[in-house]
Design a binder for this molecule. Structure first.
Ligand SMILES: *[C@@H]1O[C@H](CO)[C@@H](O)[C@H](O)[C@H]1NC(C)=O
Ligand SMILES: *[C@@H]1O[C@H](CO)[C@@H](O)[C@H](O)[C@H]1NC(C)=O
Length: 372
């Protein structure tokens, strides 16, 4: 009897320990990028690009529906991936006061609305953190980690963290802006622009690798030719996209994919760079939107389609319902630039669980559990 109880007890103990171990595979992420993944950094900048007002964040449960600086109605792709992989807290904006203490919890978010791979991108919006500055800020965070964990401890810690870069859209949009003084689009041929973007991106990825990143996800650029803002300034009717812009983006994504796979060969088996194909996922949603539960993929949920559609600040909570669409889950676009939470969930699921057409050489779930 006693032995039997003891046996039961040890089995129970083993099962509990296993559960304990698997729930303790910690998840930390360091996110870089633009407004698609900004978690509030621009709130701290003198920027014309901000999402720190209602109705932004209306479905963001951790804040009770209050705006946080996220450029969507609810969770961003980075938030959703982090939660799915067991993050204890969401990553903190790098410019917030508690960022340093979050480094070893959920991680830190360096992304900034209006920013690009290239330094000049987004200058129209004044305040923003270009990719180089975002990595400078990571280097500062890293110095703080070394103070508390030592150099070896920091390297060991960073080895298991997921780094992600979701950036490049604003470089393309800038290149397509009308050539007016002070707006400064890039005065180079499209092919040169793509090559400069990819070589700068490669440069930044190598710098992050040098700073200790070993699991890095590089997200490509979505079909921007189909976002309400671009369709609106080019007077494109429902269902029509700016095909020239989309073709340029596909060429960029192809070059980026080649560069990312090249880094895997160059850096060897101690690190993995994942190329994440958001273009095809979003394009699939646009083409077969009813299969994904959407009813409208032409208009933004917040803001009118025409003319220049901004999701405007709302003074009174009661006004909210008159300024946004009735059912936010039925719109692919939350505002004229950004997917809504419903679309972000679908994109995040593809990144987590997708096959090699979506994420190569591994998906993000496999990357997370990989033992380096
Ligand atoms: C750090 O790692 C290096 C190489 O693995 C080792 O030689 C050194 O003793 C370690 N330093 C500390 C403080 O543990
Ligand atoms: C990065 O882009 C700039 C243009 O913004 C270009 O002058 C520079 O050569 C690029 N750097 C790399 C490493 O490709």
């Amino acid at each position: 009897m006693k032995t039997k109880m003891g046996t039961h007890h040890s089995w129970f103990f083993i099962i509990v320990s296993l559960l304990h171990v698997s729930s303790c595979v910690s998840f930390t992420n360091f996110a870089f990028g633009d407004s698609i993944v900004d978690a509030g950094n621009n709130n701290y900048l003198p920027s014309l690009s901000r999402a720190d007002y209602s109705p932004y964040g209306i479905d963001f449960t951790p804040s009770g529906g209050k705006p946080t600086g996220r450029y969507t109605n609810g969770f961003t792709i980075v938030d959703i991936v982090a939660q799915a992989l067991g993050a204890k807290t969401l990553s903190s904006p790098s410019l917030s006061a508690n960022a340093a203490s979050h480094a070893t919890l959920g991680g830190i978010n360096y992304a900034s609305g209006a920013s690009g791979i290239l330094e000049g991108t987004g200058s129209l919006f004044v305040g923003r953190l270009p990719l180089k500055t975002q990595i400078d800020n990571f280097e500062l965070s890293r110095a703080g980690m070394v103070k508390t964990m030592g150099e070896n401890g920091t390297q060991e810690f960073l080895k298991n963290a997921i780094f992600s870069l979701t950036i490049g859209s604003n470089d393309i949009i800038t290149a397509f802006l009308p050539n007016l003084p002070f707006i400064g689009n890039y005065d180079v041929s499209p092919t040169t622009l793509l090559d400069i973007m990819v070589s700068n991106m490669t440069f930044h990825l190598k710098r992050l690798h040098k700073l200790g990143a070993r699991k890095t996800v590089v997200v490509d650029i979505g079909p921007l030719g189909c976002i309400p803002f671009v369709r609106s300034i080019h007077f494109l009717p429902d269902g029509k996209c700016h095909e020239e812009m989309n073709a340029l983006i596909r060429r960029y994504n192809q070059k980026l994919r080649t560069a990312v796979h090249g880094l895997n060969e160059e850096m060897g088996s101690g690190s993995v760079f994942v190329f994440a194909n958001s273009y095809d996922v979003i394009n699939g949603m646009l083409q077969n939107y009813r299969d994904y539960g959407f009813e409208n993929v032409n208009d933004p949920c917040c803001g009118e389609f025409f003319p220049l559609s901004f999701c405007l600040r709302i003074g009174d909570e009661n006004e909210i319902s008159t300024n946004i669409c009735d059912d936010r889950s039925k719109y692919l676009f939350w505002d004229s630039y950004h997917p809504g939470e419903a679309a972000n969930f679908i994109i995040a699921q593809h990144m987590l669980n997708g096959d090699e057409n979506t994420c190569s050489p591994l998906n993000v779930r496999q990357l997370h559990s990989l033992k380096l």
